[in-house]
Design a protein around this ligand. Structure first.
Ligand code: G
Ligand code: G
Ligand code: NA
Ligand code: MN
Length: 250
């Protein structure tokens, strides 16, 4: 497909940018971090949504150079922020399966000067499904660097509980599909409650994704959810549009 070819050209021609979406503490409204989200601005195709090119990049291997670029760009950017908040970066299955991934990650942290404690890697269930033992060993090595690991889109996988049992995640990101129904469906609300209780028992903070309304945020506050992310709190934006992140002039 021509899109694959364009993808490699786009990497060579630096057509990718990062947008950042804020994450906040529910109880205080304090900014806890920003998630880096990849954007492809193609001169021929316009803005190509990640859902259209990430799976392709994953299947043709382009996700390796692209994922490296994302990590380096996000770490470099965050190292210059005036706040010591977290920077969350999404990781693809193929990235984690590289034998030298942890060494590359360590090199990027050294090169950019970002404190490892400020980096959070977001992985989905699919990232650890292929070679479970090896993936978990790699995650342990990542945590040994001081980098934290969040499980993304939680509640949508096949074996999420087994995954939680196998690995000490630092955060649970509750899939945004729950937010769309949490006010109207008693079942969705019950599941959200149960996942929040699970997080409390395991001592793992829960972040709710896709928070779009004040009513959803109120409900999360009442139920004791730790963090939230979504259009209500802030859309993914270029860093220049985010007031709190203006670089300090030396
Ligand atoms: O930002 P948006 O909602 O369009 O992202 C759509 C999907 O693409 C989400 O599942 C998100 O996790 C994924 N995504 C966005 N940026 C990255 C990235 O840098 N690396 C990987 N692997 N996935 C990303
Ligand atoms: O899979 P992941 O959780 O990384 O996906 C993040 C994606 O969700 C981003 O592409 C972002 O654009 C999208 N997103 C962020 N906040 C909201 C929201 O409040 N509502 C909806 N529908 N999508 C959101
Ligand atoms: Na994510
Ligand atoms: Mn998610």
């Amino acid at each position: 497909r021509a899109l694959t070819k364009d993808l490699w050209t786009a990497i060579a021609q630096d057509q990718f940018r990062l947008h950042y979406q804020v994450q906040k503490a529910v109880a205080t409204g304090e900014v806890t971090g920003y998630e880096a989200l990849l954007r492809w601005q193609s001169p021929e195709r316009g803005n190509v949504p990640p859902a259209d090119f990430i799976p392709l990049a994953e299947s043709c291997g382009a996700i390796l150079p692209l994922g490296d670029w994302v990590l380096r760009a996000a770490c470099r950017e965050a190292a210059g922020w005036p706040s010591a908040c977290k920077i969350a970066v999404n990781l693809s299955p193929l990235q984690l399966s590289q034998p030298d991934f942890v060494a590359r990650l360590a090199a990027i942290l050294t090169e950019t000067g970002l404190s490892p404690q400020r980096l959070e890697l977001e992985i989905t269930e699919s990232t650890i499904i292929a070679d479970r033992e090896r993936a978990l060993a790699t995650l342990r090595d990542i945590k040994a660097l001081g980098v934290t690991v969040a499980i993304d889109d939680f509640g949508t996988g096949y074996s999420s509980l087994e995954t939680l049992r196998s690995f000490p995640f630092d955060k649970i990101k509750l899939d945004r599909s729950f937010m769309t129904e949490v006010e109207t469906s008693p079942q969705a609300k019950a599941i959200v409650r149960a996942i929040l209780a699970l997080g409390r028992s395991l001592d793992v903070p829960v972040l709710a994704e896709g928070v779009e309304t004040a009513d959803q945020l109120d409900l999360l506050a009442r139920e004791g959810c730790d963090e939230a992310q979504g259009y209500l709190l802030g859309r993914p934006q270029p860093v220049g549009a985010i007031a709190g992140l203006k670089r300090m002039v030396a």
